[in-house]
Design a protein around this ligand. Structure first.
Ligand SMILES: *Cc1c(COP(=O)(O)O)cnc(C)c1O
Length: 398
């Protein structure tokens, strides 16, 4: 365990005075840099006005303002927001929405579809749909009913669509949950928008609600505000957290279409979606989120995103020829490379690489044989070059 005492911009400072470049944005959260002055100033002001209030029967200005700002940048079919407080509950609520949507319509649909190797969080519904079973062994007997499909690629897409066409004849599938374009916990595995789009099209034809888990991909990481912006077919439900609050406070939002919302809007109390957490829509978290969204839309951040993309593309061209590199991939500001070694998610190679990076003042978290970068948008080119050179020297350890 390493004690971190301070963070500013892209740098973490430990208790012995050492510095580390935060190459994974503290799990994809602090995209505008740690302790960002603009965000802090807004949150400090909010802190002395309204710290916390029950979000049941009450509302407040930061929640209203955030809703308006978010709806402006979300895919245009997303009209209603459901607040909660972390990424797992964002997906849990998405799953509950999909199941209850059909229930409220008087249909029995009890199965969910999900991608192999997906990760959606650590609560029970979220664990059930997550395909990375290393985490979930002791709990599998208690899961909800989930069927898995592989992520689409040009080799399997026709077979996959054929399978789904047959499978969807039995009308028991309530929803399909997926990480659009990039599967974070599966070591930044990427798939193309066109395959996913065809799957979503089929789901829509069969009234299967589509749930985009954008907890990781949301707020600019893929180069657009949301990964779903790359797809012509928009999801029914979107799950957001992580960079939503710019790394300052935990919060989450599950968004949906009017059609989904209308299935719950009724005088019958049992038609409502009962899910409320104590810190739901915390005013300070909402304030951080409003400030974050305004930074995301700024010219400065958009320019930084473009710079990082170009920088990654150049690095990719160089590094993919390295004899130790098996494969490279990049989507927006996310870059990943696989090493030519056997894959052990938490093996000794991973530990050796981690130590190498930390010794060089770089915080990266290799997964199995994959090294990936997901740095804050405010990273300087010098800092990025330091990460690249840390990766170059790491390849000599393999
Ligand atoms: C991190 C993550 C979650 C879970 O979010 P927590 O806030 O850690 O509960 C869910 N889905 C995806 C895609 C994630 O990356």
């Amino acid at each position: 365990m390493l004690g971190i005492i301070r963070a500013k911009g892209c740098i973490l400072y430990d208790e012995d005075g050492r510095e580390y470049i935060d190459g994974i944005s503290s799990w994809y959260t602090c995209m505008y840099g740690h302790c960002n002055d603009y965000i802090l100033s807004h949150v400090k002001k909010q802190m002395s006005e309204l710290d916390q209030v029950v979000f049941s029967g009450f509302t407040h200005q930061p929640a209203v303002e955030l809703s308006e700002a978010l709806i402006k940048i979300l895919p245009e079919n997303q009209q209603k927001l459901f607040f909660s407080d972390n990424g797992s509950t964002a997906t849990e609520i998405g799953i509950k929405m999909a199941l209850q949507y059909h229930f409220n319509h008087g249909h029995k649909r009890n199965v969910l579809l999900a991608f192999e190797e997906g990760f959606h969080g650590d609560t029970f519904g979220a664990m059930s749909v997550s395909g990375l079973s290393v985490y979930n062994g002791p709990f599998e007997d208690f899961f909800i009913d989930v069927e898995r499909i592989p992520v689409p690629n040009s080799d399997n897409i026709q077979a996959l669509l054929a399978h789904l066409k047959t499978r969807l004849q039995t009308e028991d599938i309530a929803g399909f949950i997926y990480e659009p374009l990039v599967q974070g916990a599966a070591a930044m595995k990427m798939h193309s928008a066109s395959g996913l789009e065809q799957i979503l099209g089929l789901m829509q034809e069969h009234q299967v609600l589509t749930i985009a888990d954008e907890v990781m991909t949301g707020f600019g990481k893929t180069g657009k505000h949301f990964a779903s912006d790359y797809l012509r077919i928009k999801p029914d439900i979107i799950c957001l957290s992580k960079a939503l609050t710019a790394g300052l406070m935990p919060m989450a939002i599950t968004t949906c279409t009017m059609q989904v919302y209308n299935a719950f809007y009724s005088d019958e109390i049992a038609k409502g979606l009962f899910h409320g957490h104590t810190y739901t829509a915390n005013p300070l978290a909402c304030t951080a989120a409003i400030a974050g969204i305004s930074l995301l839309q700024s010219d400065e951040i958009q320019k930084n995103i473009k710079r990082i993309i170009t920088s990654h593309q150049n690095f990719e061209k160089e590094i993919k020829k390295h004899p130790k590199v098996l494969a490279t991939r990049q989507c927006g500001i996310i870059f990943a490379l696989d090493l030519k070694t056997k894959t052990e998610r938490y093996g000794s190679l991973r530990d050796k690489l981690f130590k190498h990076f930390m010794d060089n003042g770089i915080f990266l978290r290799p997964l199995g044989n994959t090294i990936y970068i997901l740095a804050p948008y405010v990273i300087s080119q010098d800092e990025m070059e330091k990460i690249y050179s840390g990766i170059r020297s790491a390849l000599n350890l393999v």
